[in-house]
Design a protein around this ligand. Structure first.
Ligand code: ADP
Ligand code: MG
Length: 324
């Protein structure tokens, strides 16, 4: 892009896209941003790339792409128990399409303002559609949640419902047909506009022994939490939380398979030592915070799904870009 067009584009769509924050000494416009993290807090950094055709359909609504590019990073910070604050946006576009940019900036900006995130800089280049967002935040010194703190016997919890986004993507791709329009709309929205569990993540500090966000499929992501903690996980099939919309769409059996292996839900999966479960439930009432127990950390290396007392077999345990 010529420098004038690029300058105008940045100025028009991105110089006032997110929240205004007092701790941004210098935002979009200089060679780098100047930020003032709170004293006594650890800086938390995450970055995620969305590639057209890989992470979203190339013709997806620009508002959804803008929303998701930030949401996936918000979810990573939520899993750390951190508070998001500043974002950087690297945008690669085939052409400076104003309608597309407007939609993208609206989707990104609305979610950024909802979480008090300032867009403080980025990069704009020409090429195949690709969006990278870096998100910075903070957490009180040494109190971040990690994947690695779980112990055998800890209870395993999950927020919200899972499998909806995977069904939403199947609908979007025409690989699933549904007569129930209301259910279809709900499932599509879960893929297009995921709601990261930022407030829950922050509140889990001091309660959860380990935490991960579910982006690649519950079974695979829970297994990652287990592996990082040096133990395994056991998930009870009948306890998997699935939405009424997903049940109506595909039935109980397929819903729970999607819940285990589908991706893009951005819920939080976390462990709590048995002695602290009561305290968790008192501090964070389930009805208000929407989570439930789905299993237990176990003294073994693998992730298993049980139904009644029997271990079930699964061929696919999550999305992996490099598996054939
Ligand atoms: P430089 O060449 O010094 O890297 P750029 O011309 O790339 O500067 O960017 C000018 C300013 O605009 C910088 O402050 C940069 O952070 C910001 N910027 C560029 N692209 C974006 C974008 N897509 N979103 C937000 N800020 C951007
Ligand atoms: Mg640059």
């Amino acid at each position: 892009m010529t420098s004038l067009t690029e300058f105008a584009l940045i100025e028009r769509y991105f110089s006032h896209c997110g929240a205004e924050r007092r701790d941004v000494e210098l935002g979009v416009g200089d060679d780098a941003a100047l930020l003032r993290p709170p004293v006594g807090e650890d800086l938390v950094a995450a970055i995620d790339t969305l590639v057209a055709g890989v992470h979203f359909p190339p013709d997806a609504a620009p508002g959804s792409i803008g929303h998701r590019a930030l949401a996936v990073n918000l979810s990573d910070l939520a899993a750390m128990g951190a508070r998001p604050a500043w974002a950087l946006l690297a945008l690669t576009l085939p052409k400076p399409d104003e309608l597309w940019l407007e939609g993208f900036a609206l989707g990104f900006g609305a979610l950024a303002r909802a979480h008090d995130v300032a867009l403080v800089g980025g990069d704009t280049t020409k090429g195949p559609l690709c969006i990278t967002v870096q998100l910075l935040g903070h957490v009180p010194h040494s109190s971040a949640l990690r994947r690695s703190g779980a112990r055998p016997g800890d209870a395993l919890f999950l927020s919200g419902t899972v499998g909806d986004a995977a069904a939403g993507l199947l609908l979007e791709q025409g690989r699933l047909a549904l007569e129930d329009m209301a259910a279809a709309k709900e499932l599509r929205a879960r893929f297009a506009f995921p709601i990261p569990r930022v407030a829950l993540g922050e509140r889990l500090r001091g309660h959860a022994s380990a935490c991960i966000d579910v982006s690649d499929g519950l079974l695979g992501d829970a297994a990652k939490l287990g592996a990082a903690s040096g133990c395994g996980v056991q998930i009870e099939f009948e306890e998997l939380p699935v939405s009424p919309a997903l049940l109506r769409a595909v039935g109980a059996e397929r819903a729970r398979h999607l819940a285990l292996t589908g991706g893009d839900d951005y819920e939080l999966c976390f462990s709590v030592p048995p002695a602290r479960v009561e305290e968790l439930e008192r501090a964070l009432p389930r009805e208000r915070w929407d989570y439930r127990r789905i299993g237990t950390l176990r003294d073994a290396a693998d992730a298993v799904v049980t139904r009644g007392g029997t271990v079930m077999q699964f061929s696919h345990s999550g999305f992996d870009h490099f598996s054939s």
